[in-house]
Write a protein that binds this ligand. Sequence first.
Ligand code: GDG
Length: 472
Amino acid sequence: MSRTIIVSNRLPTKALRTDDGLAFQPSEGGLATGLGSIYRADGNVWVGWPGLFVEDEAEATFVTEQLAADSMAPVFLTEDEIRDYYEGFSNGTLWPTFHYFAQLAVYEEDMWKAYVAVNEKFCRAVLEQAGPDDTIWVHDYQLLLLPEMLRAARPQATIGFFLHIPFPSYELIRVLPWRTELLQGMLGADLIGFHTFGYMRHFLSAVSQLLGLPNQHGQIETPTRSVLVDAFPMGIDHQRYADAAASEAADAHVREYREALKEVRVILSIDRLDYTKGIAQRLRAFELLLLRYPEWRGQVSLLMVVVPSRDQVAQYADLKVEIDELVGRINAQYRTIAWNPVHYFYRSFPLEELAAFYRLAEVALVTPMRDGMNLVAKEYVASKADQRGVLILSERAGAARELSDALIINPTDTGQLAEAMHEALVMPEEDQIARMTNMQALVRQYDVFAWTKLFMDRLAHAKSQQQTLATT
Ligand code: GDG
């Protein structure tokens, strides 16, 4: 029987060192929920880092056994590897380049070497798990070299690759000293998926210009094989968010927050701390709204959740300081004893509280400078059972391709963003309902389960076509 091996930098479970010994905690990402139904099925397995530096062999064995019971296989990484491969090359070189922040990218040969070595480590771990007929699905920018490494070891394997972040224009990719190796690494797959057609076009253009390989309708012919490239916009677990929003726990939170906020209307903003998310620009736009439309002072608050992320990296620490200062400035300028302009939280919340925020918010601001997809936009839509609420969405989030009923803005245009907030706050209910109804239909239908099935079906189809061609 053929099995599916899922590979990503992080496992869907996190191992933690506590006072009572090791503990295991599910990580809440969209990928974990979406692929949960696959990797737990018969014989399938998920390969990735469990988030812990193991101290010795005995600990490694214990973690391996615990995870194996839940269909996972750990790849243990050292502190040096996390520094150079993860924080270094993945988040210091690839992440800024792929999000059009090339000026922040570092080009360090040692980090590149660590990236190659860790991809090789993942390759060995996958080969230990995968049989010749198994399907291997590799995820994201930390593992761009893995498809080709697996292909070299298993020429007949069925390999899929999905990129969760944008694929940028050729002009950015060409700057990378290791551009050829990275593209070739990805081409080891049989099917390469992106969130949007735009990212897919950029990839095809880079492959054509840098490797001299043309394509026909997304099919690239390499000297030895053909590789299919396509767009698969990722969805969320719609039911899970709709249920969480309708839960008694969320109800209780909504009542509690409403009582505290009285009549004040809520604009919501939720992100990981990241310079790609446009958090500082969003604060400036809110400040401009209060300046241009004094009637909103005392009437509307920005509820801003920033989830701590990568804060050991200098750029992230600097951004945190910038946000702290902006929030301080706006609140100092405008607050009254009865009203707080910005409610700022630098921490994460359990799902039911998040769902209560989504329900409470008349307006959601999802305004990244660049974002592969952005799941928060879809979660907000899924949580609005009464269809009241307005989504303001950046044209540079992958989600904007699907959620065209949002108010679509250019996140660097502070004036436009301030105007969009005003427009959202005065939007008649029937308009809100019409827009939200359309977006809900889409988010419900193309959920994460549909996404997974579409990708897996397409991969099986691409492989069977290759095999037919090879035998004719
Ligand atoms: C990458 C790409 C792409 C946030 N705060 C809390 C919380 N969250 C959850 C959200 C959402 C997730 O984190 C964030 O997902 P995004 O899609 O917005 O962003 P990235 O983490 O950057 O993800 C992105 C994604 O991969 C999938 O392909 O969409 O473009 O960058 O699910 O709800 N969850 C909880 N408490 C919080 O306080 N429980």
